[in-house]
Design a binder for this molecule. Structure first.
Ligand code: NDP
Length: 447
């Protein structure tokens, strides 16, 4: 008989937490999960899933405009924000219920309340006050939006709020140049709002390959987004029904709504980690080793709360590796090389492996292959958007170490191409593969 009530207690029913809980429970372990909001976490409730639906919504608007080149006449087209918003929330609720049912079906207990540490083996549920002990504890509390503290900062929204707006604003300003800022600027512009994106740097998407960043800059501009570079807001004031944003250089811009997309921080505030003796870094991220283990032998952490690679599929893989390590006696560290990702701008970005800048630091004999063309679909639709592809190879054998696409379906294409990059294939392997014609992706084998 264990001296603990549960073999595993998971704090947070997001992507990483639910996967770990479900797998451990399916092995016959006694598992509890605590979730203070709705099961599903950032990805399902206020991230990837509802965001992608908004992107689809924006794409329909674009398709309506561009369909004239294909012979269509669309009369009286209009957009109803409330209808899309509510449909998305219905779908989000359906998915959240699926997450809940998965836990139940596998025999895990779900507590719909916040859990905080009492000590390294004890958690207190803050609504009921109940204290629960567990042999192993997994912290999977994710992240939350962070905004700079500026005068009038309370007037802004973050991506969490964007899904619930009463109305689509006529004018919106999105602050930031990362994933969330670029995606939401594209969404708002695509749905018809006059959109300004303000970024403190000189090219969007810092960290991505430089050519990709340039292509995204051009794409945002073609979508009618007014991107202002080299500026940061210093104050926001309410004027009439709108807002006035003042920038470092004194410029003032009037808008109806400001969305801060200035990054996310690990969700560890008030979790009582100090009571359990768990160490955090200066950003509040739980410090873990390669096996997601904290400095306390029985406490682990996966996903955004560890601030490693903050992507849903990575959190899931970390959750799976945790279960292998702790409950299947099969020590596994998730390999974080060549993780592909997409930024759902319009057109989207798909990226795997190294940027050219990183490749030149890491490897000798770096070769670059690029193509930049107007996709055939756009020739009739009249869209000025282009497709950019870049392959980066290293060494005499020309192993493909980086692949980057900015163009329609880039997220879909990069998922398949990432298999080849992860497998260590060479440019010659790509060249030996027969093209699928006519597609965008065929360019990858004819570079
Ligand atoms: P990012 O870290 O990607 O971007 C934050 C942006 O805010 C950067 O452009 C940064 O500028 C800017 N910024 C930071 N501080 C300030 C400040 N004080 N004033 C003005 N600007 C500031 O964070 P996101 O919130 O966009 O995304 C968080 C993470 O979530 C991503 O890194 C990604 O891992 C994940 N994500 C993934 C998605 C996907 O896979 N499609 C979609 C959404 C999120 P600078 O560049 O100069 O630092």
């Amino acid at each position: 008989m264990s001296k603990y009530e549960y073999d595993l207690f998971v704090i947070g029913a997001g992507s990483g937490g639910v996967r770990a809980a479900r797998l451990a429970a399916s092995l016959g372990k006694k598992v509890a999960v605590a979730e203070e909001h709705r099961p599903g976490g950032t990805c399902v409730i206020r991230g990837c899933v509802p965001k992608k639906y908004l992107v689809y919504g924006a794409e329909f608007g674009k398709a309506i405009k561009e369909s004239a080149g294909y012979g269509w006449t669309v009369k009286g087209a209009s957009f109803d924000w409330g209808a899309l918003r509510d449909e998305i929330q219905i779908e989000v609720s359906r998915l959240s219920n699926i997450y809940e049912n998965i836990l139940e079906k596998n025999g895990a207990d779900l507590f719909k309340e916040r859990a905080e540490f009492v000590d390294a083996h004890t958690l207190r549920l803050t609504t009921s006050g109940r204290e629960i002990t567990a042999k192993t504890i997994l912290i999977a509390t994710g992240g939350r939006p962070w905004s700079p503290d500026i005068p009038g900062g309370h007037h802004v929204i973050t991506s969490d709020d964007a899904f619930h707006l009463d109305a689509l604003p006529e004018r919106i300003m999105v602050i930031g140049g990362g994933y969330i800022a670029c995606e939401f600027a594209g969404i708002f512009a695509g749905l018809g709002a006059k959109t300004t994106q303000v970024y403190r740097g000189d090219k969007l998407l810092r960290g991505f390959d430089d050519d990709v960043r340039e292509a995204v800059d051009k794409g945002q501009a073609l979508n009618g987004i007014d991107v202002k570079y080299g500026q940061s807001p210093i104050s926001i004031k309410k004027i009439g029904g709108g807002l006035k944003v003042t920038f470092e250089d004194g410029i003032q811009i009037a808008t109806d709504l400001v969305m801060m997309a200035t990054g996310r921080v690990p969700n560890t505030r008030g979790l009582g980690l100090e009571k359990a003796g768990v160490k955090m870094d200066d950003k509040g991220a739980v410090i873990v080793n390669a096996f997601s283990k904290t400095n306390k032998a029985n406490i682990y952490a996966v996903g955004d709360v560890t601030d490693r690679v903050n992507l849903t599929p990575v959190a899931i893989r970390e959750g799976m590796a945790f279960v292998e390590t702790v409950f299947k006696n099969n020590k596994q560290a998730y390999d974080r090389t060549d993780i592909a990702s997409a930024v759902f701008t319009q057109p989207p970005v798909g990226s795997v492996g190294l940027s050219e800048e990183e490749a030149r630091i890491k490897h000798k004999d770096v070769k670059i292959y690029t193509t930049d063309f107007r996709p055939m679909k756009n020739l009739l639709s009249g869209s000025e958007h282009r497709c950019f592809m870049k392959m980066i190879t290293a060494g005499k054998k020309e192993r493909v170490v980086g692949l980057h696409i900015v163009g329609d379906y880039a997220g879909e294409i990069i998922q398949a191409a990432a298999i080849a990059v992860k497998a260590g294939l060479t440019k010659a392997d790509f060249d030996a593969t027969c093209a699928v014609h006519p597609t965008l992706a065929e360019e990858l084998v004819t570079l």
